[in-house]
Design a protein around this ligand. Structure first.
Ligand SMILES: [Zn+2]
Ligand SMILES: [Zn+2]
Length: 307
């Protein structure tokens, strides 16, 4: 038997030791296309097959609509400097104003969505959004941006959220990741929104570190393991899953006894195709399980309203 000594590594110069980046900005040219593919593969043999296929088609529209759009107006240097001075995210949702790029996106996405197969109730909702007046549109956009979507009209707001996600993703992609800083626990450092869920990643140089995924702009931000992605407490964190060893076990619910919420955690290092929005929807059974507990859902997903 051959004796094998300890593995030899090249010395790593101090200062070059790999560490996870604080943020990974979204790439609008791939994010929605990958999500659409993931949803389509999840739909196969899934009890939510029709719905997953619909969201896959809508994600595909989010991807394709961008090809003919002008770029959204970026924040001015003065606004960016000001938000940094006050420890605020650079994309201020509360001061959102429509620009020509947003209007073109709104028109284009809603028109393309009309070609997707969907139930009559969803088509009625799409038509209601298309024919709404500017004041009603502004109210729906505001509800999506500040996370106060009324429970009575989830389908209308899902279409509006599809528009808002593309717009904010394209704005986020224009930022310089090096200038971004944490702005608070459970808050996207780019746009201030809540996470949809978190991911343990397998990226080279960042293996087994965790990132929260923004529910609006798609930014991923580095976040400690075993810490509530909603309130930041690490006192009473526990994990729940549906069936250990099954494919669904790659997604767990991280429960927090301090704030009483749970946010899903995706073990993406084990399966790179896991997508925060797609796999959140496909693991609705985990939400139904948690519904029987004292914990409430903490992740935000405009396509999982009224579950
Ligand atoms: Zn964000
Ligand atoms: Zn918490």
């Amino acid at each position: 038997m051959t004796q094998v000594g300890p593995p030899q590594f090249d010395p790593i110069p101090i200062g070059e030791i790999a560490k996870p980046p604080f943020v990974k900005l979204p790439d609008p040219s791939t994010m929605f296309a990958r999500r659409s593919q993931r949803l389509r593969s999840l739909a196969d043999k899934h009890e939510l097959r029709a719905y997953l296929t619909f969201v896959s088609d809508l994600s595909n529209v989010q991807h394709r609509v961008q090809s003919k759009l002008p770029l959204p107006e970026p924040s001015s240097a003065a606004e960016t400097a000001r938000s940094r001075e006050f420890n605020m995210p650079p994309l201020d949702r509360s001061r959102f104003t429509r620009d020509p790029a947003f209007d073109a996106l709104w028109q284009g996405l809603l028109a393309m969505a009309g070609h997707i197969a969907m139930p009559d109730s969803a088509r009625l909702a799409l038509d209601a959004v298309k024919t709404s007046d500017p004041a009603a549109q502004a109210a729906m956009i505001a509800a999506v941006l500040d996370g106060t979507i009324p429970a009575a009209t989830p389908a209308e707001h899902a279409f509006v959220a599809a528009v808002a996600q593309v717009h904010f993703c394209r704005l986020a992609a224009q930022l310089d990741a090096e200038t971004l800083r944490p702005v608070g626990d459970g808050v996207c450092p780019v746009c201030g929104s809540a996470p949809v869920c978190s991911l343990v990643v397998g990226w080279s140089g960042a293996e087994n570190t965790r990132f929260c995924a923004c529910s609006l702009c798609g930014t991923l931000w580095n976040y400690p393991r075993i810490k509530c992605a909603r309130c930041g407490s690490n006192d009473t964190i526990a994990y729940q899953e549906i069936a250990a060893g099954s494919a669904a076990a790659a997604v767990k619910a991280e429960t927090c006894g301090s704030c009483g919420h749970y946010v899903k955690i995706l073990h993406q290092h084990a399966n790179r195709s896991l997508d925060p929005v797609a796999d959140d929807i496909a693991t609705l059974a985990l939400d139904l399980l948690l519904r029987e507990s004292e914990f409430r859902r903490g992740g935000v997903n405009p396509f999982l309203l009224g579950y």
